[in-house]
Design a protein around this ligand. Structure first.
Ligand code: NAD
Length: 488
């Protein structure tokens, strides 16, 4: 089995195709959130480590940018096959370090593979445009080129999918890439690097520097890193965007969320409840596309709340590697405490606690919070305003779709929003008036596939070009316009 799940390993950085020990003396334990057992120690790397990585990635760029695009794509085809071959192993690592159940981890690996498949279309994606006759005997054309060394900073909640939003497309476009994975889920990244090497990626094209703030600041301030992709919480996204752009970098920073799901009186309740349960409590609510707020329109509210609680009562909570477990732990003890703080605040502010996940009987060793449901939430409450990022669902009651849309649009965040209804009129009004980047109709998690952009806005996104799709290729390339006069 891979190095990545040997117990108590001390992780290294991946620089120039070698596993390089960090120069730091600071290491953090990486526990399995379901058991508290230490899986590894991750280096909190230093500015010098980042410097070494940037020099290696810069040097590798000189050869990689000249590697013909079909050749780059062929490595990604090989990589895709390796990811497929190692699917279960990768999913297991995700469950071990993140806590989400194995089926969800398996699905996450699929999402990562889809990004690699999209990036392997690089010969088409990298094409420019030409016009043979902008004037007599004068032609003009646009050619696409890589930027150089790109930095990627990723969160704990999707250790595979989020890095795969970035590096496959970035390297397919001819850039070299430095990944700073979340220090809370660093294991999977190392396995991705091993498989990239096995696929034949030249040394230095993909680099990992583990750590936290110092590495992030090193990337943001480094003169040889012209572009940064970030995914994480809102305050850090804003900081990364402002710091990176003030240093003249291209930055895309995907941030937090508070996604609303509107349920109309004509909604199919079986479909609605199943989807909301999955969207709210899947991955322990630690998804940027999680349903955090249900807006119940009209007289459906009582039945909807009752059925949500009924389903939540049936949920199996435990270690995500155990069969039939749906709800795993949250990522750390501190996050569990913070979540409990939010539940206390909801109670204090007068919401009605229909289901109290603090009372679910689960192991004390892991960081478990059971599915929690509040009804009667209002927009004055902290549990409505802030991203909780845990298995806590708020139900808000309104009388009309107009009110539901108005409330949803008052959120600071604008990642996703969903609507459950049979009404074509309601669907059209929702699509036209809702202020969010990714909309779902009669489904719970409207995350776009790799060939479309991941489109949040307001405080859910800082930048211009989103991750994935054509936006991704635009972000990782720059253009040259060539105008030529001919004698013919
Ligand atoms: P986080 O912001 O704590 O960490 C993200 C990355 O930033 C990590 O690599 C971390 O080491 C680094 N970091 C953290 N604090 C920093 C600081 N002060 N200075 C510099 N770097 C710092 O986020 P997280 O808790 O790992 O991830 C959860 C968050 O990510 C949630 O808010 C979630 O909504 C968001 N998210 C958003 C999307 C999206 O597409 N919009 C996708 C996934 C996750």
């Amino acid at each position: 089995m891979s190095i990545a799940i040997n117990k108590n390993q001390t992780l290294s950085n991946f620089i120039g195709g070698q596993w390089v020990k960090s120069s730091t003396s600071t290491y953090e334990k990486v526990p399995n959130p379901a058991t508290g057992e230490t899986l590894a120690e991750v280096p909190i790397s230093t500015a010098e480590d980042l410097e070494q990585a940037a020099a290696s990635a810069k040097q590798a760029f000189t050869g990689w940018k000249k590697t013909p695009v079909p050749q780059r794509a062929r490595i990604l085809f090989k990589y895709q096959q390796l990811l497929v071959d190692h699917w279960e192993e990768l999913a297991k690592i995700i469950t071990l370090e993140n806590g989400k159940n194995f089926n969800e981890a398996y699905g996450e690996v699929q999402r990562g593979i889809e990004c690699v498949e999209f990036a392997a279309g690089a010969p088409t994606l990298m094409m420019g445009q030409q016009l043979p006759d902008i004037a007599n005997s004068v032609e003009s054309g646009m050619y696409r080129y890589p930027l150089g060394v790109v930095g990627g900073i990723t969160p704990f909640n999707f250790p595979m999918m989020v890095p795969c939003w970035m590096f496959p497309l970035a390297i397919a476009a001819g850039n070299t890439f430095i990944l700073k994975p979340s220090e809370r889920t660093p294991l999977l990244a190392n396995r991705l690097a091993e498989l990239l090497q096995e696929a034949g990626l030249p040394d230095g094209v993909f680099t990992i520097v583990h750590g936290a703030h110092d590495v992030v600041n090193g990337i943001l301030n480094h003169p040889d890193i012209p572009a940064v992709s970030f995914v994480g919480s809102q305050p850090v996204a804003e900081y990364v965007y402002k710091t990176g752009t003030s240093n003249g970098k291209r930055v895309q920073a995907l941030a937090g969320a508070k996604n609303h799901t509107i349920v109309m009186p004509d909604a199919d309740l079986d479909l609605t409840v199943t989807n909301i349960i999955n969207a709210s409590f899947g991955s322990a609510g630690e998804r940027c596309m999680a349903c955090a707020v249900v807006v119940a329109v009209g007289d459906i509210a009582d039945e909807l709340s009752k059925r949500l609680v009924g389903e939540a009562d049936q949920m199996t909570i435990g270690n995500g590697l155990d069969e039939d477990v749906f709800l795993g732990p949250v990522i750390r003890e501190a996050h569990k405490d913070k979540t409990i703080g939010y539940i206390e605040s909801g109670v204090k502010e007068g919401a009605s606690l229909l289901r109290d996940g603090r009372k679910d009987p689960v192991s004390d060793d892991g960081y478990f919070v059971g599915p929690t449901i509040f009804d009667g939430v209002t927009k004055e409450m902290k549990i409505w305003k802030e991203e909780i990022f845990a298995p806590v669902l708020s139900v808000i009651r309104v009388e009309t779709l107009d009110e539901a849309i108005e409330l949803t649009n008052q959120s600071d965040f604008a990642n996703g929003a969903c609507l459950f209804t049979d009404s074509a009129k309601a669907i059209r009004q929702f699509r036209e008036e809702i202020d969010a980047g990714m909309l779902g109709i009669n489904l719970g998690v409207p995350a776009p596939m790799a060939f479309f952009p991941f489109s949040g806005y307001k405080k859910s996104f800082y930048g211009d070009l989103h991750a994935n799709g054509r936006d991704g290729i635009e972000f990782y390339t720059r253009k040259k316009m060539v105008t030529a006069r001919h004698s013919y």
